[in-house]
Design a protein around this ligand. Structure first.
Ligand SMILES: [Fe+2]
Length: 403
């Protein structure tokens, strides 16, 4: 019996070797970067953990491993007692078993701090009836506060148009040192275009993990540049959410729009594989419903965040389409504030009775001297915006008061 098994294994090994040889002949690069590399590469966490949330008493914990793994999060209310365990979302009954891990903790208690540890078990060999695990590795215990959505005051900082300058993230956040924010918001164009995983890690994920993202969540919406490049279709896999959404936090209803590309869908640079007109129209229909929701109507303040501003960013197709689609709905819904980027020129545009009935505040970037950190705080009575340039000088402010 044992001998037979050995023979079988040897046959399988030879078969695998032959198959590998055949593959190498057809595509030498693939064979080299595939199984052979896998055997020598160390199993490790290559980025993370980083947090994302939309403030519904849940938080998503993300991390990337060097090889496929079975992964989970151990968590609890004390650092010495991580008694609970959560896994990534099962799909059709299958738990995830890849490299990009996203575990959502749900039903958290409002206003409570949680401690957590990410754990990954290497999948060394995945046979139909025999899966072989390798090493189990884990991150250090970290913590986050599950924000009470009913809190009286909220605050966050916005960065936009970083454009592949990872040092800007720490530089701008240093201007806000010592302040405890509910979240960090990236309003698009963190990159010039999407190339590969390394760019995502080196230019955004790692700088965020190093600075804040293990303990403070970020909210992220794409700019037009995130839609470009050969890796744009994999980009969203690295985040819990990067599209349009809405959530309530304290006195504010936040609405986030994904404004897409700035040129026509038919422009030759997109080679016929984009569909942003339809995507924006879908969002306009959704926004129309959103402004009739009680969460939107009853909020003390209604803040829309979108990369391409709904006005004042030129006459390119995307910008004009945003004005035509979103401005009438935002005026009807009595939006209080729009925060944008895209123009690379920071500016506060006051409300206009005939055009935008709300202020539009546009952050700058990406070059030194033009970068901004936009700070927003709101309670039931007032919402305050303060925009700092990269030297820390205030270059824009706005106060909205409730009567
Ligand atoms: Fe930009």
């Amino acid at each position: 019996m044992k001998d037979n098994l050995l023979k079988e294994n040897r046959r399988a090994f030879l078969k695998g070797g032959l198959a590998l040889g055949g593959l190498a002949l057809l595509n030498p690069q693939k064979a080299i970067s595939g199984p052979i590399n896998n055997q020598v590469e160390e199993f490790k966490i290559i980025a993370g953990p980083y947090l994302q949330t939309n403030f519904g008493n849940g938080i998503s914990i993300l991390w990337i491993t060097s090889k496929d793994s079975a992964s989970w999060v151990e968590y609890g209310e004390s650092p010495d007692k991580l008694e609970k365990k959560a896994y990534g979302k099962s799909d059709l009954g299958l738990k995830p078993a890849g490299r990009l891990n996203c575990v959502k903790l749900i039903n958290l208690k409002p206003g409570v701090s949680y401690y957590y540890k990410i754990v990954s078990k290497e999948i060394k060999d995945f046979q139909p009836y025999k899966l072989t695990y390798g090493e189990t590795i884990s991150g250090v215990t970290a913590s986050f506060l599950n924000t009470n959505v009913a809190k009286d005051e909220v605050s966050f900082v916005m960065m936009n148009d970083i454009h592949d300058r990872p040092k800007s993230i720490a530089h701008l956040l240093d201007l806000d040192k010592g302040n405890k924010r509910d979240f960090v918001f990236f309003n698009g164009d963190v990159f010039d275009y999407q190339t590969d995983e390394k760019q995502l890690i080196d230019h955004m994920i790692q700088p965020c993990v190093d600075y804040f993202a293990k303990t403070i969540p970020f909210v992220y919406v794409r700019g037009n540049h995130e839609t470009r490049g050969k890796f744009a279709r994999e980009f969203a896999d690295y985040f819990d959410h990067v599209g349009y959404t809405a959530f309530t936090l304290g006195p504010v209803r936040f609405v986030i729009l994904d404004t897409g590309e700035d040129k026509e869908d038919s422009h030759p640079v997109y080679a016929g594989i984009v569909d942003f007109d339809l995507y924006r129209e879908e969002q306009a229909a959704w926004l129309e419903l959103e402004i009739s929701r009680k969460e939107f109507k009853n909020a003390s303040f209604r803040v829309v965040m979108m990369h391409i501003p709904p006005r004042y960013s030129g006459d390119a197709h995307g910008a004009v389409h945003c004005t035509a689609l979103f401005e009438p709905i935002m005026n009807k819904g009595k939006v209080d504030l729009v925060l944008s980027g895209h123009t690379h020129e920071y500016k506060v545009h006051n409300p206009d009775k005939k055009l935008n009935n709300y202020p539009i505040i546009i952050g700058g970037g990406p070059k030194d001297g033009t970068r901004t950190l936009t700070k927003v705080t709101a309670n039931k009575k007032q919402l305050q915006v303060s925009m700092l340039d990269d030297s820390g000088k205030e270059v824009g402010s706005y106060l909205i008061s409730r009567k």
